[in-house]
Design a protein around this ligand. Structure first.
Ligand SMILES: [Ca+2]
Length: 271
């Protein structure tokens, strides 16, 4: 029996056609062009300091770093643009948005339709952190990285899980590419996780490429993915994993997000 009968059956079908899958939350990023990310849904993380990875950017709440833009390739003609700009020699600004204190979810399908970046030292991400982070700290709060891309490998998508005993370079991770091998900066694609008490499955355009269950954790490690988690979107520049931009990297770099949607999981037992 296929491990993910639903995901297999899903390929190419709109999600809303799924029986038993109900929308919980979304942002279609269809607010007026030029406006800020909806403050009812998103807060900004601000500042510099490397963000734990020796990253180079300073995060701002300025419209040049995050705003709604017109984009004919977006399903509704509008998208969120997160832009990394070169500010002065060696300096960069960008944006990091989070739903912390505004929205959190425990289990479900969490997905975004996005167009990624291309260029050495550029690092976009769509991810989740346990809402208990202020209390228990990282990595005990858990981190689910739904999408990470290193701009010097524009065709490659990374999905990763971080928790206590399996964080940072020891995060549990897999990578994939499109069947065509095309760059993820060339068109929009749908990046998702299906998160249930039994497993987390990462997918690209509805095709699962990575799954983890509590039994697959390193010996003695704890599954910490049963708490509400909030969502994050950011575009980092430089840092330990991607390395820094070089003379070949062009700016601005833009992460485009057509939508973020959260659904209850479909009923697998119905098949
Ligand atoms: Ca949109």
């Amino acid at each position: 029996m296929p491990r993910f009968p639903l995901l297999t059956a899903l390929f190419g079908w709109p999600l809303f056609a799924l029986a038993g899958s109900e929308p919980i939350w979304s942002d279609e990023f269809n607010q007026p062009v030029g406006s800020a990310p909806d403050p009812a849904r998103w807060a900004h993380d601000l500042g510099a300091g490397g963000w734990g990875n020796n990253e180079l950017q300073t995060y701002t709440a300025a419209r040049e770093n995050s705003s709604i833009v017109a984009d004919p390739a977006a399903l509704d003609g509008r998208a969120l643009a997160i832009r990394a700009l070169r500010s002065d020699p060696g300096g960069y600004t960008s944006a990091r948005l989070k739903t912390e204190s505004k929205f959190a979810v425990t289990y479900g399908r969490i997905e975004a339709r996005m167009k990624l970046t291309r260029g050495r030292g550029v690092w976009p991400a769509f991810w989740m952190l346990g809402g208990n982070k202020p209390k228990v700290g990282w990595p005990t709060c858990g981190e689910i990285d739904i999408m990470e891309q290193l701009g010097h490998e524009p065709a490659k998508l990374h999905g990763t899980l971080h928790g206590p005993g399996y964080s940072g370079q020891n995060g549990l991770s897999a990578a994939t590419t499109l069947p065509t091998g095309a760059a993820l900066s060339a068109a929009y694609h749908v990046y998702a996780v299906d998160w249930s008490p039994e497993k987390i499955a990462w997918s690209l355009d509805g095709t699962a490429y990575f799954t983890l269950t509590p039994a697959q954790l390193p010996a003695g490690a704890r599954w910490v993915f049963d708490e509400p988690a909030f969502l994050l979107l950011n575009l980092a520049v430089g840092g330990n994993w991607p390395g820094n931009p070089d003379v070949t990297t062009t700016f601005p770099q833009t992460l485009l997000v057509d939508y973020v949607r959260v659904y209850t999981l479909p009923q697998e037992t119905s098949r």
